[in-house]
Design a protein around this ligand. Structure first.
Ligand SMILES: *Cc1c(COP(=O)(O)O)cnc(C)c1O
Length: 462
């Protein structure tokens, strides 16, 4: 499988190169040159598979030529064996044709584990084989950081630096990252917001001279391997509810457009998906583009769903590439203008966009009301991100006969602030995190300044 850049001006790479490179040299994101397509009969034949077996089926074509089947199988088995639910991604029924897909049974209690626990193993495997080292620089709105650190902490080939926006992640989220004390793990709190952190990651990829010959790798969803791993649970959920012979819809709490983009790909690969609902919080640029063709930045707001406090959604670029018939120049031109001004898409592009996605923006107040309402109706406790998805699914469901599956992206224990705001009792931490609030923390607070970040990194690397 070959991968090409969304800006059309970087060399095509194989999986191994894409995994290690992260961002393309032209500033674009890598996407597969072609997607595998599956018939209904093939998808139906996967009905009896375990989650790990299904993951192998879906992922193998994307890594073909770089990783052997046996090696891939080993890494996938290990990854999902560490999840604390036998089904790995279990479905829970909230009401008639209303479901949540629990994606928080991994070690750090958010869906980021699905990709990052595997990505850490894939990277380490390739680095050992190549006898290379990698410096990872990541930005996190809260959940990527802990999952990436957990995935990479045992690697002898990786130094990992994670920037989070200072005082803008939940305390549980922060402690999950900063309480991992290891020589190769470095947490940085940036006096800024997530977009500032993400922008510094991209700028560091564009010019890596500061690393004096070391190589930079990515754990954010700019890394293709993240998206690839997330395609799997769309298939597993659909098959569990009667797919491919029955259509299903998905409602996806969205920030960087990575998770929902994986759903879009599942649909392109042949999975019968009726609706894909983009559910945002008050940072609603994606909703505004889809509903009104208004791609304009507004100031980032701090919400009760901090993992979605993102304005510039990296992965939307991958969708734009398809909307513009894979014309890298057109994508590059549009995103160039977007850096300094508001932009709108062409009429054909908007039509295509609206034919695939529905969207809505959900306020903090509606988030809390949904948490309280679902708890009163069913006894089930939603985390604030998932609540946004459930609310969106209820508002936008076009056909009550089609199951609406909301991706439950995090465990509510990570966001006690929102649970209390909804008038409920936060759950207690699971056994492996019981002493989280007593653990020693280590992190460095830095200004929103690229030079300061680079200087800090070099003191830790030398
Ligand atoms: C990261 C995250 C999201 C947003 O996912 P994207 O892939 O960035 O759209 C939603 N909910 C939670 C809990 C997250 O951690």
């Amino acid at each position: 499988m070959k991968y090409i850049s969304t800006r059309g001006d970087a060399p095509a790479l194989n999986f191994e190169e894409v995994l290690l490179a992260g961002l393309a040299a032209d500033g674009g994101l890598y996407v597969p040159e072609t997607l595998p397509k599956y018939s209904a009969a093939e998808i139906a034949s996967w009905a009896g598979l375990s989650y790990a077996q299904l993951a192998f089926k879906i992922i193998a074509p994307f890594v073909a030529g770089c990783i052997s089947d046996d090696e891939l199988k080993g890494m996938i088995d290990e990854t999902y064996a560490a999840f604390d639910h036998a089904a790995v991604a279990p479905l829970k029924e909230l009401g008639s044709n209303e479901w949540v897909l629990e994606l928080f049974h991994g070690p750090t209690l958010a869906f980021k584990d699905f990709a990052l626990q595997l990505l850490g193993r894939l990277m380490d495997h390739i680095l050992v084989k190549r006898k290379e080292k990698l410096v990872i620089l990541g930005a996190t709105s809260g959940d990527t950081g802990s999952a990436a650190i957990e995935g990479c902490r045992h690697s002898k080939c990786i130094d990992i630096f994670i920037m989070h926006p200072h005082q803008k992640v939940s305390e549980v989220q922060r402690r999950q990252m900063t309480s991992i004390i290891a020589d190769n793990v470095h947490n940085i709190a940036i006096e800024g917001n997530f977009d500032d952190c993400q922008e510094m990651v991209k700028a560091s990829f564009a010019n890596q001279d500061f690393l004096k010959g070391r190589k930079l790798g990515a754990v954010n969803s700019i890394n293709w391997a993240r998206i690839m791993s997330q395609i799997v649970y769309y298939f597993s959920a659909s098959i569990a509810l009667g797919g491919p012979h029955r259509e299903v819809s998905f409602s996806v709490p969205t920030g960087n457009f990575g998770d929902i983009f994986a759903g879009y790909l599942a649909k392109q690969m042949g999975l019968p998906i009726k609706q894909l609902v983009v559910a945002t919080n008050s940072n609603d640029i994606l909703h505004r583009v889809i509903a009104n063709n208004d791609m304009s930045k507004s100031s980032l707001k701090h919400s009760l769903s901090p993992s979605m406090d993102i304005m510039v959604s990296s992965n939307f670029e991958r969708l734009l590439f398809d909307l513009y018939d894979r014309d890298g120049k057109a994508v590059s031109e549009l995103l160039g203008r977007f850096k300094t001004q508001s932009v709108s898409l062409g009429s054909q592009q908007v039509e295509k966009l609206q034919s695939v996605f529905d969207s809505i923006s959900v306020s903090d107040q509606d988030t809390c009301e949904t948490i309280a309402q679902v708890h009163a109706e069913t006894g089930y406790l939603l985390d604030p991100h998932t609540a946004i998805g459930v609310k969106a699914g209820r508002e936008l469901n076009a056909d009550p006969a089609v199951p609406m599956i909301t991706l439950a992206t995090a465990h509510p224990v990570k966001f006690p602030e929102a649970i209390v705001e909804a008038g409920l009792e936060p759950p207690s931490l699971p056994e492996h995190l019981k002493d989280l609030f007593e653990r020693e923390e280590s992190f460095k607070v830095l200004d929103n300044n690229l030079q300061a970040v680079h200087d800090f990194m070099m003191t830790k690397l030398s």
